[in-house]
Design a protein around this ligand. Sequence first.
Ligand SMILES: Nc1nc2c(ncn2[C@@H]2O[C@H](COP(=O)(O)OP(=O)(O)O)[C@@H](O)[C@H]2O)c(=O)[nH]1
Ligand SMILES: [Mg+2]
Length: 230
Amino acid sequence: MSESIAKDVFVIIAAYHEEVAIGEVVGGLVSAGWRDVVVVDDGSSDNTAAVARQAGAHVLVHPINRGQGAALQTGITWALEQGAEVLVTFDADGQHRVEDLAAMVTPILKGEVHACLGSRFLEHADAIPLSRRMLLRGAVIFSRLVSGASLTDAHNGYRALSRTMAEQLDISLDRMAHASELIDQIVRSGLAWREVSVRIRYTAYSRSKGQGASAAFRIVFDYLLGRMLG
Ligand SMILES: Nc1nc2c(ncn2[C@@H]2O[C@H](COP(=O)(O)OP(=O)(O)O)[C@@H](O)[C@H]2O)c(=O)[nH]1
Ligand SMILES: [Mg+2]
C-alpha cells in the first residue's frame, strides 16, 4: 500500500473488553501503514486501553460503557477534528481484515462515492456459519423494509466514509441499533454509496463474544423506539 493512500485516513475502533484481541488488530493496521488508528475504549474494566495504546493507537476513553454506537460517534467526531478525510469503522475483535482496507477507501479517495459499506455476501458467503447467515438475512429484509435500502449485508461494521458524509451523520442510538440508523442516514443523505466485498473472520473468540439472536431482538426494539422518538 502506498503512503499516499493512508494519509488522512482514520481507522476508528469501538472496543469493549477486547484486551485479548485489540493489540493484534491495532498492530496489524499500523504495520500495514495505516497510522491513524483511534480506539474508543468504552468503559472496559480490563486492559483494552493500555494494550491499544501500546500497539500504537490514539486512545479515547468513555468512563462508563455507553455502547458501540456512542463510541463510534466519539471516534468520528474526534477524527474530524484531527482533519480526517476518510473515516473507517473497524471491529476490535479481529473479524475485519486489514487486506480489505485499500479496496474500501479507494473509491472514496477517487471521489467516486461518499461511503463504502462492507458486505460479506457479495462473494465467499459460504464461509459464514449458517446461524449467522440466517440472522443476517433477517437484518437485510428488515433494513429493506424500514430504510428502503437495497443492501446485501445490513449489519456489517466495516464501513468507509468521506469527510462530507461523516459530517452529516449523527448517531443517536448508542448500542447496536446504530448500524441500521447509519444506513438510514447514508441513504437519505443523497450522496453516492456502494457495497464493497469483504471477508469476515469467524474465530472461536469472535463467535463467543458476538451478537446472537437475543441481541437481534434488542437491536430491532432500539431501532424502532429510536424511529418513534426521533
Ligand atoms: N464501544 C463499544 N464497543 C462494543 C460494545 N459491544 C461490542 N463492541 C465492539 O463492537 C464490535 C462488534 O461487536 P460484536 O459483539 O463482535 O458484534 P458482531 O461482530 O456483530 O457479532 C467489537 O469490536 C466489539 O468490541 C460496547 O458496548 N461498546
Ligand atoms: Mg464481532
